[in-house]
Design a protein around this ligand. Structure first.
Ligand SMILES: Cc1cc2nc3c(=O)[nH]c(=O)nc-3n(C[C@H](O)[C@H](O)[C@H](O)COP(=O)(O)OP(=O)(O)OC[C@H]3O[C@@H](n4cnc5c(N)ncnc54)[C@H](O)[C@@H]3O)c2cc1C
Length: 356
């Protein structure tokens, strides 16, 4: 069977689904989304806290994405100092995964209501290129081979993008993170009112631990610099447990374990437009090099990629990514400071945070 469409979105994460929703909201493109898993979003729920400035908030609103919680205040803990930060750039809390209330679930429902086909459990078998453009993609879906002929392809297949590798896109990797987290249920609501970030170079080398809560759910996530821990595979979970034991022991018997989650994020630079292919979100390595935020960039990049395709002007998307890359430059410097042990390097970070 051969299907033709205006835009084929590969990957049903926040980037791909935001691109698809923008395309149907702003234009009349025929859109197909391919997802390799059973559903868009993992069966293991987690919460992401992401930053949202004025423009990001506008995009969230345009797509109808309401956070479960937002705060202006966050608490920062360093080995010998702590401070509360009030910022215009708010923290937005979103549920991730395939459950009701998650970002993936919300976007999927809206897309299906708009008639967008979301094909899950799809495997890409072959990509046929013509004049540096994708002419067709052969997939296995429901046990049959299907051929899709798109005018545009949005590559939103995450950090380890298959499309990016198949197209041999040159990339420059500048920071890599590994995160493990734990989701618990507390007896009462809003056990941790503001997001908290802890720096401890022994427990979280080159990274930090972030903590937050939404209603009765409480989550802790240890984020470390991948290069600093790659030799010690099992250390992360035990480090997270050690942190909980030191900082939250008294409260732990009042919380019920729900699940662990984890993954890897990569920050770097690459050309995001190749012929009729546009790379977005994790596939475009759009992760904040300092704090690992990626959800905001995934949604924004999906939005601008969709807008660029609708308007027949991919420069809109290219400019957005160039701006982000500019913003990241100072953060790469801060990240290098954070990787060095000692409080002196943290002072640089504290100064930076105070200016926000
Ligand atoms: C443990 C952890 C905690 C994080 N916490 C935060 C946080 O608190 N705040 C924040 O802002 N960011 C956070 N991030 C980063 C954020 O999750 C990512 O930036 C974001 O998910 C990227 O969205 P995406 O749509 O580009 O990719 P993904 O969310 O990875 O989605 C990609 C989708 O593509 C699908 N796919 C992959 N390959 C194929 C294929 N070949 N064919 C079809 N489908 C395919 C996948 O199954 C998946 O559904 C965290 C990341 C991790 C790992």
């Amino acid at each position: 069977m051969t299907i033709e469409c205006d835009v084929l979105v590969v990957g049903g994460g926040p980037a791909g689904l935001s691109a698809a929703l923008t395309l149907v909201k702003k234009g009349d493109s025929s859109v197909i989304v391919l997802e390799k898993k059973n559903s868009c979003g993992s069966t293991r729920p987690r919460y992401d806290i992401t930053e949202a400035d004025k423009e990001t908030k506008r995009i969230f609103e345009t797509l109808g994405l309401n956070p479960l919680k937002r705060t202006r205040t966050s608490e920062w803990f360093f080995p010998d100092k702590e401070f509360m930060m009030e910022s215009e750039v708010e923290d937005f809390y979103f549920l991730r995964g395939n459950k009701t209330g998650s970002i993936e679930n919300f976007l999927t429902r809206n897309l299906e209501a708009s008639g967008v086909k979301i094909l899950s459990k799809v495997e890409i078998k072959r990509i046929k290129m013509m004049d540096k453009k994708i002419e067709k993609i052969q997939v296995s879906y429901n046990g049959t081979n299907t051929e899709i002929k798109p005018s545009f392809v949005v590559a939103s297949d995450g950090t380890f993008s298959l499309l990016r590798e198949k197209l041999n896109v040159k990339k420059k990797i500048l920071a890599r993170f590994k995160g493990v987290g734990i989701l618990m249920e507390a007896k009462g609501e809003n056990a941790i009112p503001n997001s908290r970030v802890y720096f401890d170079s022994n427990i979280a080398p080159g990274g930090y631990i972030y903590v937050g809560s939404v209603k009765r759910d409480v989550f802790f996530c240890l984020v470390v610099d991948y290069d600093l821990i790659k030799e010690k595979k099992n250390r992360l979970v035990s480090n997270l447990e050690l942190f909980l034991d030191c900082e939250y022991k008294k409260l732990l018997d009042r919380w019920k374990f729900k699940n662990y989650f984890g993954g890897v994020g990569i920050s770097g630079t690459l050309e995001v437009i190749h012929g009729n292919i546009v790379l977005t979100g994790g596939a475009a390595l759009l992760h904040d090099p300092l704090l690992g935020y990626g959800l905001n960039y995934a949604i924004q990049s999906g939005y601008y990629a969709g807008l660029g395709i609708c308007n027949g002007d991919l420069g809109i998307y290219d400019n957005f990514v160039k701006q982000i890359s500019e913003d990241f430059k100072e953060k790469y410097f801060l990240r290098d400071a954070l990787k060095k042990k000692g409080n002196g390097s943290l002072d640089i970070l504290v100064e930076y945070l105070k200016q926000q």
